[in-house]
Design a protein around this ligand. Structure first.
Ligand SMILES: C[S@@+](CC[C@H](N)C(=O)[O-])C[C@H]1O[C@@H](n2cnc3c(N)ncnc32)[C@H](O)[C@@H]1O
Length: 341
């Protein structure tokens, strides 16, 4: 798995960029970006981060996964579990969005829509319907609601109560799409500053002034609020392609579990993990948490508390077209929703 598996689609005329790594960025650009990677990804600046890194390393050791590599490394290579890729490095994204921002300023190009416009539109409309269903179910649990058979379109006002966070928002177009569907409390984060500059510029151009965009690393998030809907389209994929992908995926789940409000929903779109793989990853996360809580209770001489798993599978998109790859047919994109308990 050397990169994100699915071929990308441009929303604008092609700008000669492919998802492969080394040849994409000039040596000068790459070394500048590499400097920024080693500065911005430096762990250990606070005690909390050191602790989180140590916790995740312990979890990796317990799961028999390869040890953590040098975080300053900016080289593409093979890790113990597969092939990593520059798409896992912040330097790659900094350089990519710096180019895309320049392209937008000079030519008005929007840049790439990861997995294509069709997938983005499908994810947005499917998510809207899912949220309306969940809102209606919770309403009809509270009161005997005569209107529960009304078509979904008549229930769009329910969406105003959903606060949305898009993790690794890139150009922010998924949030624009969700805004078109009626969501109004919208926040996008990305660790690449130029991604956020681009997302803000595009939102300004397209008159979506109400979308908030922040520079933030999901693995060391500074966000203090929780959201009822958290979206991830391609970000866990990118995180998993870092040389320390297995460690970073563990940190990802810890962060995301804090950001999704109880009763809220996480919607992940991936082309590197199937629906079943994502469900297995969630199951592994649950087991890790159970073990950690249990050990703490034992250490504190407390009675073990029975807890529900942090995330439960709700639904997935079933309408993606199939692709033929290496003689094998399958849907190359998976979108899965999990409910936060
Ligand atoms: C494959 S792109 C997807 C972009 C966008 N979600 C979309 O669908 O067009 C992955 C994005 O994740 C961002 N990213 C990767 N790791 C991140 C992290 N640790 N924190 C925040 N953003 C991250 C990258 O900068 C990039 O914008």
């Amino acid at each position: 798995m050397a990169g994100i598996r699915l071929q990308l689609e441009d929303s604008d005329p092609p700008q000669s960029r492919t998802p492969a790594s080394g040849e994409l960025i000039s040596d000068d650009e790459r070394s500048i970006a590499a400097d920024s990677w080693s500065i911005k990804s430096e762990y250990g600046s606070t005690l909390d981060d050191e602790q989180r890194h140590a916790d995740a390393s312990d979890a990796l050791a317990a799961a028999n996964l390869p040890p953590v590599s040098d975080y300053g490394s900016d080289e593409e290579g093979v890790d113990g579990d597969g092939v990593s890729s520059m798409l896992g490095l912040q330097s790659y994204w900094d350089s990519t969005y710096s180019d895309e921002l320049a392209n937008f300023r000079e030519h008005g190009h929007t840049g790439e829509v990861w997995f294509g416009v069709d997938v983005m539109e499908t994810v947005a409309s499917w998510t809207k319907r899912l949220c309306i269903d969940i809102s209606q179910r919770s309403t009809s649990n509270q009161v005997d609601n005569d209107a529960k058979d009304e078509p979904a379109e008549m229930k769009e006002q329910d969406l105003s109560s959903w606060s949305v966070l898009d993790i690794g928002t890139g150009n922010g177009l998924l949030l624009q799409e969700l805004a078109k569907h009626g969501f109004s409390d919208l926040t996008g984060i990305d660790y690449s500053e130029d991604a956020i500059n681009l997302a803000r510029a595009l939102a300004g151009r397209d008159r979506f002034a109400n979308i908030n965009f922040l520079v933030d690393d999901i693995l060391e998030t500074k966000l203090e609020r929780q959201f009822s809907l958290v979206m991830d389209k391609g970000t866990l994929d990118a995180i998993g392609l870092h040389p320390d992908g297995p460690l970073k995926r563990i940190m990802y789940w810890d962060s995301v579990a804090k950001l999704v409000a109880p009763g809220g929903v996480l919607v992940i779109t991936s082309c590197n993990s199937t629906k079943d793989e994502l469900m297995q990853e969630v199951e592994n996360f649950s087991q890790r948490r159970t073990t950690v809580f249990h050990e703490r209770e034992v250490a504190a001489d407390q009675e073990p508390v029975k807890r529900s798993p942090p995330f439960q599978y709700v639904d997935h998109i079933r309408t993606y077209p199939s692709f033929m790859f290496g003689g094998v047919v399958g849907s190359r994109v998976a979108t899965v929703a999990f409910l936060r308990s």
